[in-house]
Design a binder for this molecule. Structure first.
Ligand SMILES: C[S@@+](CC[C@H](N)C(=O)[O-])C[C@H]1O[C@@H](n2cnc3c(N)ncnc32)[C@H](O)[C@@H]1O
Length: 322
């Protein structure tokens, strides 16, 4: 095996099955997150921008599985922004349940702005900072400048979406500025992920990663390795999403079948009510016709009797006159 790959000390963590998946551009970085957590072992990690929690859950899963002595904080308003889109309370409810159920021993959710959260952290205490908020140049730059001092001597900062060049994203420009000043490595897959070594002391595997950045052959090998593993995670989610979609279609089909059955039963009841109503009306009509016929016979007999009486009267009159 290639020496650089050996020196990265990659183990089976890059093949772990993610315990939580949701829709996110971050899915493809989960294997790298597992590896980074193993090599960095952050005592304190802070994520700025969590949304459904795909990246955060990868960090938390690592803390659990590697039994790290870490504390982690997820900061988000859980209201959305112009790039992620604005969303409802269901997002916070979902991540809050996840956090309470699995990670509350070491993890806290801070529902507030990044600027408000800054006061709760001291300078030099964060080993891993993940910046994944609004992706304009100004917003990402403000986040970095505001939080930079919180980083420890082992400090690493992750920047997501450094490979997106549309919709007003400007974090790629910030990345270009920053990577000139710090050891770094960048991934292009999954919308791009920048790894910035802001501290001064790094583990040997991290040093290897940063050093590989200046060798395009080595860098490509590392990128390909993590991109392939990332694709596996993305496929796992796509497969589950298709399954969920099919399940929804099946449920809708069952509901439609039920509705059709109920409508059919209703139609049968209406038809039978209509038939018995028609039967009653036909019977009434028949009786009415019979009565009319009987009345007509009576009237004919009365007319006949009147004619008789008229004739008798005329005979009597004729006899009187003669
Ligand atoms: C791109 S999403 C995060 C994605 C997430 N890391 C993942 O793995 O899918 C960005 C999040 O940052 C939050 N956000 C953006 N700017 C913020 C700010 N200034 N303060 C707090 N939250 C912010 C939004 O609410 C949104 O949920």
């Amino acid at each position: 095996m290639d020496k650089t790959i050996i020196d990265l000390d990659i183990g089976n963590e890059i093949d772990w099955v993610p315990s939580y998946l949701a829709e996110s551009a971050w899915l493809e970085h989960i294997p790298f997150a597992f590896w980074l957590m193993k090599t960095l072992k952050p005592r304190l990690l802070v994520e700025l921008g969590t949304h459904w929690g795909v990246s955060y859950s990868a960090f938390c899963q690592s803390i659990e599985q590697l039994q790290l002595d870490s504390r982690s904080f997820a900061v988000d308003t859980w209201a959305g922004d112009e790039h992620a889109g604005y969303y409802g309370e269901e997002v916070f409810s979902s991540i809050n349940i996840l956090n309470q159920t699995h990670w509350r021993r070491f993890s806290s959710l801070l529902r507030m702005s990044f600027a408000e959260a800054r006061q709760y952290f001291s300078d030099g205490e964060i080993d891993l900072l993940h910046i994944d908020g609004l992706h304009t140049y100004e917003a990402a730059s403000d986040d970095f400048m505001l939080w930079k001092k919180t980083l420890s001597q082992y400090g690493v900062v992750l920047f997501h979406d450094i490979n997106v060049r549309e919709r007003g994203f400007g974090i790629w420009r910030l990345w270009q500025d920053l990577k000139n000043d710090y050891p770094h490595f960048e991934f292009s897959h999954g919308h791009g992920l920048g790894v910035l070594g802001v501290g001064q002391e790094f583990s040997a595997p991290l040093k290897t990663l940063f050093a590989a950045s200046s060798c395009s052959v080595q860098a490509a090998k590392i990128r390909n390795l993590f991109a392939a593993r990332g694709e596996g995670v993305q496929l796992r989610w796509d497969f589950r999403r298709v399954g969920l979609h099919l399940q929804k279609i099946e449920e809708e089909k069952n509901i439609s079948n039920l509705t059709v059955r109920q409508l059919k039963e209703k139609a049968e009841i209406l038809q039978s009510n209509f038939d018995s109503e028609i039967n009653c009306l036909s019977k009434d009509l028949r009786e009415a016709r019979d009565n009319i016929a009987k009345d007509q016979i009576k009237i004919s007999k009365m007319v006949e009797s009147l004619e008789h009486q008229k004739l008798s009267l005329k005979i009597n009159n004729d006899e009187l006159e003669s």
